[in-house]
Design a protein around this ligand. Structure first.
Ligand code: AMP
Length: 282
């Protein structure tokens, strides 16, 4: 496995691979890898000749009071995990390499960013769009892989690719969970012991909410009560929307999503399901 840290090195490698007629799958990450990330590499390996994983904690997507500085980082450990999963190249640029000058052009998410995390983290998805646009161009990826764990991000990136005719396609990966249901996340290391014990209630609240909704009830209030009773975290939002449009008018797939702020970690989770009641396969 190669580890490339500069744009020039990456471009050279991409040119070689493309001129040999090979396809490239891209798995963008912020590192501190877990099985969620590795499941995306597995999917990418099955569908592409070569797999690039980017590891870049992107300052553009963090707000001024968010956790950019203390976001967990461990490139050495990441290299072992990525290599074990069959990644061909890690692209791990510095902030200066990725953003050598102030951008003169702004990319801005549309209406899909007005709800859920977008409403709570102003500018977050603009920062995501900025970095993925650069990564898509630099890697010339044929396919790029994103997890349903970050369902709003996935929906917005699908819109970017569709609206601007990026010559590639986005693939969705299902949310990978711990045995007790907690969605895997790099930020889980910041949960205290007691918070870690409470955290599986997020998924339980989602399942309860889905069951209530399917029986014709509004799930938001009972879910709020449940989370307030069983966790010490502060609810940031609980919302039920159409997916992937993220409008209130639910047509085919619905997303039930929540964010809970614990002492040092803000956790998000969601489930996406068809109105018929079957889990939709992302
Ligand atoms: P991150 O490093 O948190 O920015 O995540 C990088 C990619 O991995 C994104 O596409 C995420 O949606 C995806 N991802 C993160 N956690 C999970 C998970 N538990 N299951 C599946 N994909 C995930």
């Amino acid at each position: 496995m190669l580890i490339l840290q500069t744009v020039a090195e990456l471009k050279d490698w991409v040119r070689e691979i493309k001129s040999a007629g090979h396809t490239i799958g891209l798995v963008p990450t912020m590192g501190f890898l877990h099985e969620g990330h590795l499941s995306l590499v597995e999917k990418a390996k099955a569908e592409n000749d070569k797999v690039i994983m980017s590891i870049f904690v992107n300052p553009a997507q963090f707000g001024p009071n968010e956790d950019f500085d203390r976001y967990p980082r461990n490139l050495e450990r990441d290299q072992q995990l990525a290599s074990g999963a069959g990644t061909d190249v890690i692209f791990a640029p510095s902030v200066e390499e990725m953003y050598p000058r102030e951008s003169q052009i702004k990319i801005s998410a549309g209406r899909q960013a007005d709800v859920l995390c977008g409403a709570k983290r102003p500018g977050h998805f603009d920062g995501v769009l900025k970095v993925v646009t650069k990564l898509f161009h630099l890697t010339e990826a044929d396919l790029a892989y994103f997890g349903q764990k970050d369902a709003q991000q996935l929906a917005i990136i699908e819109s970017l690719v569709a609206d601007f005719n990026f010559p590639m396609a986005i693939r969705r990966g299902e949310t990978i969970r711990e045995k007790d249901g907690l969605a895997k996340s790099s930020r889980n290391v910041y949960l205290s012991g007691a918070e870690r014990d409470e955290a599986p209630h997020l998924k339980k609240a989602l399942e309860m909410g889905k069951a209530l909704f399917m029986q014709g009830y509004d799930p938001i209030e009972p879910m709020t009560q449940y989370l307030n009773e069983y966790t010490s975290g502060k609810i940031d939002y609980i919302e039920l929307l159409d997916y992937p449009t993220l409008t209130a008018d639910i047509q085919n797939d619905a997303i039930l999503a929540l964010a809970v702020q614990f002492e040092k970690a803000r956790l998000i989770d969601n489930i996406i399901f068809q109105l018929k009641g079957e889990l939709s396969h992302a």
